[in-house]
Design a protein around this ligand. Structure first.
Ligand code: FAD
Length: 497
């Protein structure tokens, strides 16, 4: 019988990353592990990270989390996509929705048919053929067992950590409050052995998860793993975050509004709106950012604006010796497509699948790292796409983005669409064909050619097919309640009713 060498798992940090990991380990591996989480109330958490993508629901299913309980506890709203404003050019607007555009066939995507139809003067804007996008525009929402809408959530980050804490503690996770002052290592192997707290308490472990945020207390300050810098592609390095009072009903999408040196987010929750200005410190000072942000929010400020500094890139290895970094300690590609919480969930569930009960092997760590690397590179390319495909010429920031060199993998994707009208989702791609398509078209990249499958249809057949699709979507949307009405009756948080 193989003996279990790794039983005591210590999680350093209790932000979204720490508590997601604690929840996953305790819910899925339960009695096989003893999990302790250390967090410091004095340091607190980064306090942002409030928009998610649809995979969040998959994670919650795995955890057995009830949607309404979660939404009430975190004052969450529904998210059908992101509205990008001023990205391709000043005044432009498009929605990257979570929906499917039209109906694809085995031969190819719907947009090839749509392009043929448009050439023949038939049909509407591509947006008319996407249910989620139309529901978002109409600010309507509905979900049930039978509903086919694909959606994610906006949530209150602090309340989410609290919700997961209570979930994890019920499953046996031990929480220790205190400041980690020292990380102890084995003199020979360099493996981590214990966390020493300011109080004098020593927490020993067989395996450690670094969830200490940008500090990377274990993975970097102790293990000196190294960081790969991606600021040449993603140069924003600062964010100023502020919460404001809601001034109207919550809309079912995030807003990402570009400005001359970055962009601004607006995330509607049940009780307030999360706002932030992402900017590049070479092109904007914190004082300018403060003035800009405060003149571009709606509703009274509920908090003092808080400056967060970061460097885009990734840790050279997220698994080093007996330590795995999850969350901001593992890297950060900026929050434009709300992918960080997803990456934590995937990293934590992959750790569950590959948990080194019998001891860490190099092959295992290498395998985990290779998967994490590929995953993040794909997401990086998708985010860089938004910056590269711009025709903005109104500031140094945007001119530099338009003219920058991009990763070869992304250059190939752009060329494939521009020259041949082809979009694809590789097996390890997070973003689907519809996502690539909506962003590329939304940012003014029109393909020069398309597949001639549409030529197989007569004008009458094109009219019938497109008209039928559009009418079906319009009918479905008109039958949905408003997003706010749906929240009020489905999952209103007690204090917001
Ligand atoms: P933190 O929240 O910083 O938590 C670190 C924890 O470590 C804290 O509990 C702290 O107390 C503890 N700690 C640190 N040092 C010590 C010590 N010495 N002793 C004891 N405890 C210690 N992600 C999304 O998915 N969607 C978004 O919309 C999104 N928006 C973002 C916007 C911005 C501007 C930024 C910067 C990030 C955004 N993210 C977003 C990312 C998201 O915020 C993070 O992935 C998520 O919050 C996880 O953070 P964390 O838990 O790794 O770090």
């Amino acid at each position: 019988m193989e003996t279990q060498k790794i039983r005591k798992v210590v999680i350093a940090g209790g932000g979204t990353a720490g508590w997601i990991t604690a929840a996953a380990l305790s819910r899925l591996l339960g009695p096989l592990l003893e999990v302790t989480l250390v967090e410091s109330d004095d340091i607190g958490t980064v306090g942002v990270g409030e928009a998610t993508i649809p995979t969040h629901r998959t994670f919650h299913h795995l955890m057995g989390i009830d949607e309404r309980d979660f939404m009430r506890a975190t004052k969450a709203t529904f998210k059908l996509g992101i509205a990008f404003e001023n990205w391709g050019g000043v005044g432009d607007r498009y929605i990257h929705s979570f929906g499917q555009v039209g109906k694809p066939s085995w031969m190819g995507e719907f947009y090839h048919i749509w392009m043929r139809a448009r050439e023949r003067g038939i049909g509407e804007h591509l947006d008319a053929y996407c249910l989620e996008l139309q529901a978002a525009e109409a600010e309507r929402f509905y979900t049930s067992e039978k509903s086919g809408l694909n959606f994610a959530y906006h949530l209150d980050a602090s309340l989410y950590a609290r919700f997961l804490r209570s979930f994890s503690e019920k499953k046996g996770v031990k929480r220790v409050e205190g400041l980690i002052e020292q990380v102890e290592q084995d003199g020979e192997t360099g493996f981590l052995t214990a966390l020493k707290l300011k109080s004098g308490e020593r927490i020993e472990g067989d395996f450690f998860i670094d969830c200490t945020g940008f500090r990377g207390l274990l993975i970097e300050q102790t293990l000196k793993t190294g960081y790969e810098d991606w600021t040449n592609w993603l140069p924003t390095d600062s964010a100023l975050a502020v919460q404001t009072k809601s001034v109207g009903p919550a809309i079912p999408y995030t807003r990402a509004i570009a400005h001359h040196a970055g962009w601004q987010w607006r995330i509607p929750l049940q009780h307030r709106v999360g706002n932030g200005l992402v900017f590049c410190s070479e092109n904007m000072t914190p004082d300018e950012a403060h003035a800009y942000l405060m003149s571009h929010v709606e509703g009274e400020a509920l908090t003092e604006p808080r400056l967060i500094r970061y460097k885009t890139g990734r840790r050279k290895k997220v698994w080093n010796r007996n330590c795995v970094a999850l969350g901001l300690s593992s890297g950060f590609v900026e929050p434009l497509e709300s992918t960080s919480i997803h990456l934590i969930q995937v990293g934590a569930t992959r750790l569950v699948q590959q948990f080194p009960f019998a001891g860490v092997t190099e092959a295992q760590a290498n395998h985990y790292n290779a998967q994490a690397d590929r995953e993040l590179e794909k997401i990086r390319d998708f985010i860089v796409l938004h910056y590269k495909l711009t025709e903005r010429d109104d500031s140094d920031f945007w001119r530099a983005r338009r003219d920058m060199e991009i990763p070869e993998s992304l250059a190939q994707r752009i060329a494939l669409f521009r020259d041949g009208g082809l979009v694809y989702q590789a097996s390890d791609d997070l973003f689907r064909v519809d996502s690539w398509l909506q962003v590329m078209m939304g940012q003014r990249l029109a393909p020069a050619r398309y597949h001639h499958m549409g030529h197989l249809m007569t004008d009458e057949q094109l009219k019938t097919a497109l008209g039928g699709l559009q009418a079906g979507i319009a009918r479905a949307v008109s039958q949905m309640p408003s997003h706010q009405e749906f929240i009020d009756r489905y999952c209103a948080a007690p204090e917001t009713v």
